[in-house]
Design a protein around this ligand. Structure first.
Ligand code: HEM
Length: 753
């Protein structure tokens, strides 16, 4: 091997491309900060603030009371070319405090210093008590008109477009925690409807840990880090969580979903969303129906492998955030259909024996199909994360006419909790006036004053009845589209702290979920329980959770018990006789591959024309191709996005290999922590590691030309989902086809059936 060859190639490429490299590297790829490339030297000529990036959106510029101003979104941003105080006075220096001489003490009169530091000192607000880690985007919802028979909500009318803001989140972690932890995900949507704001505050799991909101502090205290050491962060793999869910067995169904692949989504774009509770819909004739809301992602439901999730926690803790924003910037707009399961509004509030007020139960789609009622497209990233994503405030009680709540005791408690917490989190009662929270419908309330009042209310009579303001505001009549609380009959009953007897079934639907999984999904569930319980300190807690698993399924219990080195207990209740619900499985269909990330390994000796064609084809197909090369800059004329030193398999959905790069100078196995791959003397060890990891994570891998040699060196040639092709075009076509199934699970026959 000529060891000087790669070093020379690096030098040549860097030298010839030095100027070019600065701004042409990723003209068509997402992720560049700022709307124009920066200059090397500090700009000194005054100019207006730069426009936002093309994919950035902002709240509509309405007044605090809902009137559209017609101003551009930039009206909310900073104005003018010069640095000013918060009062607009121009400043000539912000780098030096006002002092008594260059070496003297700082003077108290320095208003600019005090204003700057004081504001900085107060930049933080309390993070959300749950769902603190999140990401948000703007979009549009279009109604299909198919829900008109069951709800009069106007935003669902055929073709009606409504602006939305969506915030995705994890539940347990703090604001700076990793995106890819095992957890439930929040999926909260704010529809700015003409009839008032509708918040669908949903999760990616259709059931919840508890049946009554009074238990919410308990389940969250159990899931959060231990109060003495404040560890572990953003995880359920610890004693207090398993202590609670094994004692409080109504949590077992939700826990099973968390232990499944649903707990580690590949992307927010690839998650379902569920309103969880049963809602009550009312149509124009006043007829009611019960309903459950579902979001169905266009790209299908897909997950990370557990090892990918763990690696990403270190390699890219912002993985989901980046994925969402890069996809929007690349034009692969995330898309969902909103659907409803419509259920008859009977006095019992049950369906097929399922208590519809019990939020630990779902209604299988085989029994009540999800009917599509509209489409959501996310097409704008925030302009300012704090102003929009951090300050957005959702509330399950924000409902339009035509949608009402039921007596689900979890929902009832939520109706209190969100407003209450936001009073503290957003510093007073006027947070509905923050731009991202402003309704797009006219607001005429009689709420007045308070911290951060932005409205300038006119009139003298914020009370009713009044004559001094001409009687305004007036209650809306029956035909004037008021929100009407559905006059549901409440049965005469004693005042009790108790649940209906039907809430006592804690295992049948956990079993239903387990039985609905494919073998590989079952294997993942077994491994997740084994991992999480294996991280618990106390054996009593493991044993207690095994008892719960025995009541769900003996095979599941036995497999986990084996991993823990404990005997499998016998069930203590009869196993439920339930039919599987195939729609709960994530596998077995084909989906579009839009926005998937394709890593392409190149070196200067590779078929660069072929790589160029593959890159164009991938962009044309809505994929994000990232070139991985021995060095940064360009290879041939092709811009490089990752080097062997910066790439890790977990950021790619599939790999293509166009070359067989010899070890680069920075890849001496003895010095490179990533080394360790088999044949690292002739192929760069980090490329072999990329292939080995991608293979282990059941990803599609394709190669042509020199790349075929890498497959051989890695020992994966001829295995399922590994393609050796004649040309780049053929390799790309084969990998794209494999991507439509998300992963190549045939590579690993599952041990659990
Ligand atoms: C079906 C059950 C539940 C679902 C689907 C759910 C969903 C969510 C979501 C998606 C968020 C994040 C909102 C955002 O992105 O800003 C959230 C936040 C929150 N949830 Fe829930 N939640 C549930 C149950 C509860 C219960 C029972 C309580 C309390 C009794 C509760 C209290 C809170 C609080 C206090 C926040 C933080 C809100 C804020 O600071 O703005 N949640 N929930």
């Amino acid at each position: 091997m000529d060891s000087s060859k790669p070093a020379k190639a690096v030098r040549n490429a860097v030298e010839s491309a030095a100027e070019k490299v600065a701004d042409v590297l990723t003209p068509d790829l997402p992720g560049a900060p700022g709307s124009i490339p920066p200059t090397v030297d500090e700009p000194t000529t005054p100019r207006e603030p730069l426009p936002p990036k093309k994919e950035q959106g902002a709240p509509r510029t309405g007044t605090p009371t809902g009137a559209e101003t017609g101003a551009p979104p930039s009206a909310y941003g900073q104005q003018g070319a010069y640095l000013t105080t918060a009062q607009g006075a121009r400043l000539r220096d912000t780098d030096h405090s006002l002092k008594a001489g260059p070496r003297g003490p700082v003077l108290l009169q320095d208003h600019h210093l005090r204003e700057k530091i004081t504001h900085f000192d107060h930049e933080r607000i309390p993070e959300r008590v749950v769902h603190a880690r999140g990401t948000g985007a703007h979009g549009v919802f279009t109604g299909y008109g198919t829900a008109e028979g069951v709800t009069k909500a106007a935003f669902l009318a055929k073709g009606r477009e409504t602006e939305v803001f969506v915030r995705f989140s994890t539940v347990l972690g703090s604001r700076g925690s990793a995106d890819t932890v095992r957890d439930t995900r929040g999926f909260a949507t704010k529809f700015y409807t003409d009839e008032g704001t509708f918040d669908l505050v949903a999760n990616n799991i259709p059931v919840f840990f508890i049946q009554d909101a009074i238990k919410f502090p308990d389940v969250i205290h159990a899931g959060k880090p231990h109060p003495d050491r404040e560890i572990p962060q953003a995880q359920s793999a610890h004693d207090t969580f398993w202590d609670f869910v094994s004692l409080h067995t109504e949590a077992q169904h939700h826990t099973m979903w968390n232990m499944s692949d649903r707990g580690v989504p590949r992307s927010y774009r690839m998650m379902e969303g569920f309103g969880v509770h049963t809602f009550r819909l009312v149509n124009a004739a006043g007829e009611t129906a019960l309903a459950k809301f579902h979001w169905k992602p266009k790209l299908g439901v897909h997950s990370l492998t557990w090892e990918e999730a763990q690696l990403l926690g270190g390699v890219d803790p912002d993985f989901h955030r980046r994925d969402l924003y890069d996809a929007i910037e690349a034009g692969a707009f995330p898309e969902w259909e909103l659907g409803i399961q419509v259920l008859p509004d009977t006095p019992e509030e049950t369906f097929a024996g399922i208590d519809l007020l019990d939020p630990t139960k779902l209604v299988p789609e085989e029994l009540a199909p999800v009917q599509p009622i509209g489409r959501l497209v996310l097409n704008r990233t925030p302009t300012n994360f704090f102003a929009e994503v951090e300050q957005v405030a959702f509330h399950p009680g924000h409902l339009p006419p035509g949608v009402d709540v039921t007596n689900d005791p979890l929902l009832q408690g939520r109706l209190f909790s969100y407003l209450d917490t936001q009073l503290t989190r957003l510093g007073g009662p006027n947070f509905a006036q923050i731009p991202v929270n402003r309704p797009h419908a006219p607001v005429n309330d009689m709420l007045r004053d308070g911290f951060h009042q932005h409205a300038v209310h006119a009139g003298v009579a914020p009370y009713r009845p009044n004559s001094l303001d001409g009687g305004n505001p007036f209650p809306a009549g029956d035909d004037e589209n008021a929100f009407v609380d559905v006059p549901v009959t409440v049965a005469q009953a004693p005042k009790v702290r108790a649940n209906p007897a039907s809430f006592d079934d804690h295992f049948s639907q956990a079993r239903l979920f387990w039985l609905s999984m494919s073998p590989v999904e079952k294997e993942h569930i077994v491994r997740a329980y084994t991992f999480e319980l294996g991280k618990c300190y106390h054996q009593a807690i493991r044993e207690r959770q095994l008892r719960c698993l025995a009541n769900i399924d003996p095979e599941l219990c036995a497999q986990v018990a084996t991993g823990l080195g404990l005997p499998a207990p016998e069930p203590t209740v009869p196993l439920a006789d339930v039919a599987p619900s195939p729609t709960l499985s994530q596998l077995g269909r084909e989906w579009p591959a839009d926005g998937r990330v394709l890593g392409i390994v190149v070196d200067p000796d590779a078929d660069l024309d072929g790589v160029g064609e593959v890159r164009r084809a991938a962009l044309g197909a809505g994929l994000v191709p990232l070139l991985i090369a021995p060095h940064g800059g360009v290879v041939g004329d092709l811009p490089v996005q990752r080097t062997f030193a910066t790439a890790r398999s977990v950021e790619f959905d599939a790999l293509l290999l166009a070359g067989a790069p010899a070890p680069a100078p920075d890849a001496l196995p003895t010095r490179d922590a990533k080394a360790g791959a088999a044949d690292s003397t002739t192929v760069d060890p980090r490329v072999l590691l990329l292939v080995e990891e991608a293979w282990r994570h059941a990803k599609a891998v394709g190669a042509w030309g020199g790349g075929v040699t890498v497959l051989e060196r890695a020992g994966v040639t001829g295995t399922p989902g590994v393609v050796s092709a004649e040309s780049g075009g053929d390799a790309f076509a084969a990998v794209r086809q494999l991507l439509s199934a998300h992963r190549v699970w045939e590579r690993f026959p599952a041990s659990v059936r």
